[in-house]
Design a protein around this ligand. Structure first.
Ligand code: MG
Length: 120
């Protein structure tokens, strides 16, 4: 179980075996915003951070340089907001991840990885 001491150490951030549940629980400790804006606030934040990822990728095209660490940081910001949206909706990130993998496996099995529509 992760506690604040773990979170405050660099070692925590370098763990290779961090589970989505551990991440979600730790991220929740910093997800501080009014209850009146639950779901909305982190969803808008997620959209903003996704834009930051896209902007850094755009700069690869513009400048010909890859800011891998910068993109990783923005992906982490996305992950934090995903954790917050999940929390606000009462979802476990591990369930969301597992369901997504199952959906994609079924699409692969059905040879429908490419195409349109959520239910294929
Ligand atoms: Mg960011």
């Amino acid at each position: 179980m992760i506690d604040q001491t773990d979170i405050d150490t660099d070692e925590f951030y370098n763990r290779e075996d961090l589970t989505l549940t551990e991440y979600q629980n730790a991220a929740s400790s910093t997800a501080i915003y009014p209850a009146s804006v639950q779901i909305l606030y982190p969803t808008l934040g997620l959209a903003g951070e996704a834009g930051e990822v896209a902007n850094k990728v755009k700069k690869i095209v513009r400048d010909g340089k890859l800011d891998r660490d910068g993109i990783a940081g923005e992906l982490g910001d996305c992950l934090w907001y995903i954790a917050a949206v999940c929390r606000d909706l009462g979802l476990k990130m591990s369930d969301v991840a597992a369901d997504n993998l199952a959906k994609l496996a079924k699409r692969k099995e059905n040879n429908t990885l490419q195409g349109n529509g959520d239910n294929r």
